[in-house]
Design a protein around this ligand. Structure first.
Ligand SMILES: O=C[C@H](O)COP(=O)(O)O
Length: 251
């Protein structure tokens, strides 16, 4: 799931992969066919981290070939018990990862610790922090302590403000580096566009996450645009290849 390439000097380079949020199995297959690396089940009509019904998540997961990395969103409830219950239910669908949105009340060490105790390492949980709600980025240590396997930054207000409008490249880079140092997977998302890929991939997150930027007319509630998915996948692939060549030349 975390892709690392080694060059001849033994140095490891993180490979940034493409996460695409889908609403059903038809979109899941389309995203996969056009180059998505991780298929993320999410209901864009139900907010930034809207959960799909369990049956839909199961059908998305089952529609994909074995071995494809999947995730599903469990919502962004401010109540520990409700959020944990939702996450544990989503974990029964067979998806590789379950994403939990940590809103203002949860995005603090006490909230994270309470959630961790309730989840008790029963799944592969990824915490999503909303950059437009000013989460403490130092929360990464508490997430690691609480047993999360990954952390993502996203945005809660999907009104055109993108992740790089909210945080500087230094802040995003530190977030990714802190995750890596603690062995957490990292992801960056939030109304990203294809033209954001180069500068964000340069920070070496494990995933860049997209919905609206890969939909027709940029409408995250509308249909995925296969050409846009293909362009995003191609861009990331080109970056991977150029790094490989650089690594080989340096070796
Ligand atoms: O996890 C990725 C999200 O689905 C991103 O959605 P968005 O690109 O519409 O902000």
């Amino acid at each position: 799931m975390r892709a690392l390439l080694g060059n001849k000097k033994g140095k490891l380079r993180i490979v940034t992969r493409l996460l695409v949020s889908v609403v059903d199995s038809a979109e899941a297959r389309l995203a996969l066919a056009h180059g998505a690396d991780l298929i993320d089940a999410k209901d864009p009509d139900a907010g930034a981290l809207g959960a799909l019904p369990l049956a839909s998540i199961r059908s998305i997961h089952a529609s994909l070939p074995e071995g494809i990395v999947t995730s599903a969103v469990a919502g962004d409830d401010d109540d520990v018990e409700r959020l944990a219950r939702s996450a544990l239910s989503v974990a029964t669908t067979g998806v590789t990862f379950v994403k939990l949105g940590l809103g203002r009340a949860m995005a603090r060490p006490t909230g994270v610790a309470a959630l961790g105790r309730r989840l008790a390492g029963q799944g592969r949980f990824i915490a999503v922090l909303f950059a437009d709600e000013n989460p403490p980025l130092t929360l990464v240590a508490a997430l690691h302590e609480a047993g999360f396997v990954g952390a993502m930054l996203d945005t809660s207000q999907k009104r055109g403000i993108r992740l790089p409008d909210l945080l500087t490249m230094d802040q995003l880079g530190s977030f990714v580096a802190d995750c890596r140092q603690l062995g957490l997977m990292s992801g960056l998302a939030g109304s990203l566009r294809i033209e954001d890929i180069d500068r964000l991939a340069a920070l070496n997150p494990d995933y860049l996450g997209f919905r609206g930027g890969l939909c027709l007319a940029g409408d995250r509630r509308g249909q995925l645009d296969p050409l846009a998915i293909g362009r995003a996948a191609y861009r990331l692939q080109a970056i991977r290849q150029s790094r490989q060549v650089d690594g080989e030349q340096a070796a």
